[in-house]
Design a binder for this molecule. Structure first.
Ligand SMILES: CC1=C(CCC(=O)O)c2cc3nc(cc4[nH]c(cc5[nH]c(cc1n2)c(C)c5CCC(=O)O)c(CCC(=O)O)c4C)C(CCC(=O)O)=C3C
Ligand SMILES: [Fe+2]
Length: 335
């Protein structure tokens, strides 16, 4: 039995106005091999939405929903929020937690999968923040949850709802394109990341729309063109579908937990434009956001962790529940 005295919501962070965009992008890409051209291009995506990323508002809403859910279940635990790349910065939040007397916290990360970008880098962020704060609390990252029913169920519902929005005559033969953020093939944990995505893609497709053709594709790649990343790209995939006479597609952003910029721009603007140009009917399924099952999952992950090794660990698909501490080879910290 482990007891926690706070929950820490850990996220990516995003700009809240045009003046934040370049400093934010510099934070994200510091020490990484991302060409300047790509940065300028991505800056335009943010300016398109007034320089404001939807991700911070999502975190505010999620935090409020978790607080309400905790209160409704008699869980008297404060919820803190800290980001990797923008205010509120994780280090400042950890400093506040220490000042408030928090001794041991559980961390919920707004990324559901294994792999360096999704898991290991957040573990590094937490470790770095703790190093910078004297008297920092212990912080245990909750397990990877891509196969938890509370993550899967919202996608099943959203996939069905998106199918229903297609013109009736196109529904039956609609293709399901599950999409996730691409990562470099050289990234630690990339194989596990892709395996988890493939596993849960099948689960969601079978539950939401058995019999429909489906594929797992990737989006939002950056880095120099010479560097290989996970493929196929969603836009290339749409062109291929069109060439094979597919008439309708439902895009399911299975790699993401909220409608942040990679969803609002790379899918709703960019991929939707490619589909329109091809005359391919296109619907994008919602992300979990603050779906009640997803919010309840946060509490269930927390109470499961408190209960210790004997606790039931719900998991769908073929791979089973991920251990609390990801094995070295998968989410390996870089430092
Ligand atoms: C796997 C993965 C997720 C999913 C897991 C998770 O959710 O964490 C994710 C999420 C996100 N990625 C985001 C934004 C960006 N990612 C970038 C760059 C990169 N992402 C990568 C991977 C991932 N990224 C990688 C390997 C790079 C290359 C540089 C590097 O190795 O780090 C860049 C730089 C410009 C560019 O190259 O695109 C930006 C601006 C936002 C915020 C959106 C918003 O503002 O609403 C979110 C949620
Ligand atoms: Fe990213």
């Amino acid at each position: 039995m482990t007891s926690y005295d706070a929950l820490l919501l850990v996220s990516f962070g995003g700009p809240e106005g045009p003046q934040d965009v370049m400093p934010f992008l510099e934070n994200v890409t510091r020490g990484r091999n991302v060409p300047r051209r790509r940065l300028e291009e991505v800056a335009e995506h943010y300016y398109h939405f007034g320089g404001v990323s939807p991700i911070n508002d999502h975190c505010r809403r999620l935090k409020a929903a978790i607080e309400a859910d905790f209160a409704a279940h008699g869980l008297d635990l404060p919820v803190y929020w800290g980001n990797r790349n923008w205010t509120p910065y994780l280090t400042d939040t950890v400093r506040q937690m220490a000042a408030d007397g928090v001794r041991r916290a559980a961390a919920f990360v707004t990324s559901a999968y294994s792999g360096y970008s999704s898991c290991g880098q957040y573990r590094d962020d937490i470790a770095r923040a703790r190093e910078q704060v004297p008297g920092a609390p212990e912080i245990d990252k909750l397990r990877v949850y891509y196969n938890h029913p509370g993550f899967v169920e919202p996608f099943v519902e959203a996939t069905r709802a998106a199918l229903d929005r297609l013109p009736a005559g196109l529904r039956q033969a609609a293709h399901l394109a599950f999409t996730a953020h691409s990562v470099p093939l050289a990234q630690p944990g990339r194989e596990r990341y892709a395996a988890e995505l493939a596993d849960i893609t099948e689960v969601v497709a079978e539950r939401a729309a058995p019999g429909h053709e489906r594929a797992l594709v990737y989006q939002s790649r950056s880095g120099p063109p010479t560097q290989p990343w996970l493929e196929p790209d969603i836009c290339d995939h749409l062109r291929k579908l069109h060439a094979a006479r597919t008439e309708a597609v439902v895009v399911v952003p299975i790699g993401f937990v909220s409608d942040h910029m990679e969803v609002k721009y790379d899918l709703d603007v960019e991929a939707a434009a490619v589909a329109a140009e091809l005359g391919l009917a296109f619907e994008r399924a919602a992300t979990p956001g603050t779906h009640p099952a997803y919010v309840a999952m946060v509490r269930q992950l927390l109470t499961e962790r408190m209960a210790g090794p004997g606790a039931e660990r719900p998991a769908l698909g073929a791979l089973g529940a991920r251990p609390d501490d990801c094995p070295e080879e998968c989410c390996r910290a870089r430092r």
